[in-house]
Design a protein around this ligand. Structure first.
Ligand code: ADP
Length: 477
């Protein structure tokens, strides 16, 4: 069995201890990961600092961009292997895993192209002065990423940070680190100088916590749970460094009677079953206008009954969830729905012959869910859709905004005035009108408000987050 090491300063190192990584489709151990320690994190930060004052820091922006573009090309070249790895490690159906590989390559291409196009300003000022701004890297950036979209989240965060000239220390999730390790190998092959990207695998409370509190880190970006996000922000506060947090949501889709319901239907279903619902921006609440509630829900229910869950390699609608804890979490929510008498409108099926050690849950449609019920307020992180009947536009808005979260929202209506009224008043970082997710949208700024976090990743805007402004004022008389 492959035993993976740590990448520090361009060298792969063996760790004293390892942890198993498991295929959630059948429960088998597929590899062992290095269990990085605080001392490993410390050496990784030192290696990143050395890269900044060495070969990496000296590269002109366009050369950084070239390397990133090459990494993107290598990812595409190895897309079959990466697809298999991501499917086995996370439990994603193959098509979804492949889409993630391609999105990861797109981030490296996008930020490769952008690396030499971020410019400062010259600012009109007093007579006798010339004032300009320089955009500079933060320095060492720490990246703590989750297991649900390892490739995509690595891409959006590490590629943007490298484009701006930062040196990264990456802590992938203990449940799914294999694709990150492979991308790191491809990055070296593409000519990324030693220490520009360091990878310390291991446990959150060990390697993750050590990275979050390390005084040599100048910026932290974190995607994961609200609880851990708060710990990361608290650790960042002690070192007074900026932090980007993306912490999930309870995102609504608002469907009005005048909408193109044929168009809405597949988006409504896919938004909550993609990646078995383990998506920060999952559309997990369905708000439907009273006049069409029963007829539209009947159509959604029909789709749910046709959904099939099974091993990632069978490439069905959904795979397993990532681990036993995640399965128990989803089952707890479903038990609560039953205990509270919420109508279960439809369930999909789990293939009859799935391995007993796999972590499968049935896609489930529930409604009408009271807006203050935990099924309408809390993130399930599973293929569970909570439908809520709303009276009109104003009621829909009130319910949509009535959770602690604010990541994304979808609006389905043909009424142009309503589209923009709602787009402005919805509390969310992204609003989709007559679509949902914009096919991933590498180019589109992404992030939340309220408990969903702060700061923006993706698009050009991420480059501003991964850099800082230096103002230079020259008095020449
Ligand atoms: P999820 O609920 O999606 O598993 P977590 O927030 O637990 O998300 O984990 C996301 C990432 O944060 C993972 O890489 C994990 O190892 C890391 N992590 C977990 N706990 C901590 C911690 N106390 N400090 C720093 N990182 C942590």
């Amino acid at each position: 069995m492959t035993e993976h090491g740590l990448l520090i300063g361009g060298e792969w190192e063996h760790a004293a201890e390892t942890i198993p990584t498991i295929d959630p489709s059948d429960g088998t151990v597929i590899a062992r990961l290095a269990r990085g320690t605080a001392a490993d994190v410390d050496r990784a930060v030192t290696a990143a600092e050395a890269a900044l004052s060495g070969a990496w820091g000296a590269l002109p922006a366009f050369e950084r961009g070239r390397i990133l573009t090459r990494i993107g090309a290598l990812i595409l070249e190895h897309q079959d292997a990466l697809t298999r790895i991501e499917a086995a490690d996370v439990g994603k159906p193959l098509r979804q895993a492949r889409a993630d590989v391609i999105a990861c390559a797109r981030y490296f291409e996008f930020y490769g192209g952008a690396a030499d196009k971020v410019m400062g300003d010259t600012i009109p000022f007093l007579d006798g002065y010339t004032v300009l701004t320089l955009r500079e890297p933060h320095g060492v950036t720490g990246h703590i990423i989750p297991w649900n979209y390892p490739l995509q989240i690595l891409g959006r965060s590490v590629a943007a940070a490298l484009a701006m000239g930062n040196a990264c220390v990456l802590k992938p999730a203990e449940d799914a680190s294999l694709s990150a390790l492979m991308v790191a190998r491809l990055a070296i092959e593409a000519g990324l100088p030693p220490g520009a990207l360091n990878v310390v695998t291991g446990l959150g409370e060990e390697a993750g916590a050590a990275l979050a509190r390390h005084p040599g880190v100048n910026h932290l970006s974190f995607t994961g749970s609200v609880e851990v996000g708060r710990l990361i922000q608290a650790a960042a506060a002690l070192n007074t460094i900026p932090v980007t947090l993306e912490l999930g949501g309870k995102s609504p889709q608002l469907v009005f009677a005048d909408a193109d319901l044929d168009a809405a239907l597949p988006f409504v279903v896919n938004a909550v079953i993609q990646n078995a619902g383990q998506t920060c921006s999952a559309g997990s609440r369905l708000l439907v206008e009273d006049a069409i509630y029963d007829t539209f829900l009947a159509r959604v229910a029909e789709r749910f009954r046709a959904l099939r869950a099974g091993p990632a390699s069978r490439d069905l609608d959904l795979g397993p969830v990532v681990n036993a804890g995640q399965r128990e979490r989803v089952e707890r929510f479903l038990a609560l729905a039953r205990k509270d008498g919420l109508p279960i409108l439809a369930e999909g099926t789990i293939e009859a012959d799935v391995p007993s050690e796999g972590h499968y849950v049935r896609p489930t449609l529930i409604g009408d869910v009271p807006p203050d019920h935990p099924l309408a307020q809390e993130e399930v992180f599973g293929p569970v859709l909570s439908a809520i009947r709303v009276r009109d536009e104003e009621h829909a808005l009130e319910v949509a905004n009535g959770t602690p979260y604010g990541l994304v929202a979808g609006i389905w209506t043909r009424d142009g005035g309503r589209q923009f009224r709602l787009a402005r008043r919805l509390k969310a970082g992204q609003v989709f009108i007559n679509n949902y997710g914009a096919a991933g949208g590498v180019e589109l700024p992404f992030g939340g408000v309220k408990a969903s976090g702060h700061g923006r990743e993706k698009g050009f805007e991420a480059l501003l987050g991964f850099s800082t402004t230096k103002t230079v004022a020259l008095r020449h008389g």
